[in-house]
Design a protein around this ligand. Structure first.
Ligand code: TXA
Ligand code: MG
Length: 365
């Protein structure tokens, strides 16, 4: 059940006391702490098992005074804020002198974002009278898939009050489903605005507001844990595969007695995959309220994903978690279209597949 006013007020109080609270945002659930309390922020790192040099995003209320966090805020930041806040966009700005090193990982920049989820907004409005900042990475253990439901948060970090988290606020399944788009505005003179992490807000939408092209990440870019190659990964190996060969690959793996599950978008691909893997005779398995259906039996099945990128992103992490629990040899994923609307999704899928290079070939051998 979505958190009501009492739970929200209690969460704001706990945060003011220096406790950790998991909060819903429109992208993914965050593990929140008072950004002005270095000990509370340090507790985030130990709860996640996250290296201390990976900086955190500070979440602020709608009309918060950004000068507490950042200096030399360029006009282009205001344009992006006007266009996309509250919403799934994080801006990297030059850090204000008062900001503690524990948040920025010692860097001279800081990430800020104003989330649109009503529960996050309500917490931010109450917390320190709307003037505070809430540091919050995704509420998962380091390197794992971000949580998009309360149950995911509990699976990652334990029950509230038992593990390191004092409370978990329910905001329902996250609407966006993948992490915010991150734009670096600290190197405007030399590189212009730089895209550090693609998300739901597309490059096309951003460039329209910016009135100039967006550079993409390079090796001189600041550390972003979301930009480590093997991030956002399920434990089961994952391979991306072109639509045309998904069905035959799944069948070939079945012939080798491999246990394989797949995610496909195209309805026909789903059906031929199921047919060729000889699993069509079994039932359609519904997955917890997601816009997707499974064709097959427990253990070997193919899941039909939405063809709309927003709905796909919304379902993706819950699907990966649920597929991970099957304990299959491989998760095969139909390569989504390579258009800008799919960029955030393709980015996460590539990272999820990074550690599994060569696994498909080995399983087929
Ligand atoms: O959608 C989101 O952004 C979610 C929700 C909870 O707001 N948060 C999130 O946080 O994804 P996290 O910590 O899992 O990922 C934030 C990314 C990290 O990869 C971090 O390295 C990068 O933002 N980041 C934060 N501050 C930065 C900075 N000053 N310079 C470069 N990258 C930064
Ligand atoms: Mg994360």
């Amino acid at each position: 059940m979505t958190a009501g006013p009492d739970a929200i007020a209690q969460a704001a109080r706990l945060l003011e006391e220096g406790k950790l609270v998991a909060i819903p945002t429109e992208t993914v659930y965050g593990l929140a702490a008072d950004a002005d309390n270095p000990a509370a922020v340090a507790a985030i790192f130990s709860a996640k098992g996250r290296p201390s040099n990976h900086p955190l995003i500070v979440h602020v209320a709608r009309d918060a005074d950004l000068s507490h966090w950042a200096i030399d805020i360029p006009p282009v930041a205001q344009q992006l804020i006007a266009a996309f806040w509250p919403g799934p966009l994080t801006l990297i700005l030059k850090r204000a002198p008062g900001v503690d090193d524990v948040i920025t990982g010692g860097q001279d920049s800081i990430g800020v974002r104003c989330p649109s989820h009503p529960v996050a907004q309500a917490v931010l409005k109450l917390f320190r009278g709307g003037q505070g900042g809430i540091a919050a990475p995704s509420a998962n253990r380091f390197g794992r898939v971000s949580p998009t439901t309360v149950q995911h948060v509990i699976d990652e970090l334990g029950e509230p009050g038992v593990g390191p988290v004092s409370a978990v606020l329910d905001g329902g399944p996250c609407e966006v489903g993948i992490e915010s788009t991150i734009i670096d505005l600290t190197r405007l003179d030399t590189q212009g605005p730089v895209l550090l992490r693609p998300g739901q807000i597309s490059v096309h939408q951003l460039e329209k507001v910016l009135g100039r092209p967006l550079a993409t990440t390079d090796h001189a870019a600041p550390r972003v844990s979301g930009s480590l190659d093997a991030h956002y990964a399920p434990r089961t190996p994952l391979a991306l595969i072109e639509r045309e060969v998904l069905a035959e690959t799944m069948a070939a793996l079945r012939a080798k007695q491999r246990q394989v599950v797949s995610l496909a978008i195209d309805k026909e691909v789903v059906q031929t995959t199921a047919l060729q893997a000889e699993i069509l005779q079994t039932e359609i398995l519904q997955t917890e309220g997601l816009q997707s259906e499974r064709l097959g039996s427990e253990g070997v099945f193919t899941t039909r994903m939405p063809s709309d990128p927003q709905a796909y992103a919304q379902a993706l992490y819950a699907q990966l978690r649920s597929l991970d629990q099957v304990g299959a040899d491989l998760i095969l994923v139909e390569q989504p279209p390579k258009t800008t609307a799919w960029q955030g999704i393709n980015d996460r899928l590539q990272r999820a597949a990074f550690d599994s290079a060569g696994v498909l070939e080995r399983l087929l051998a």
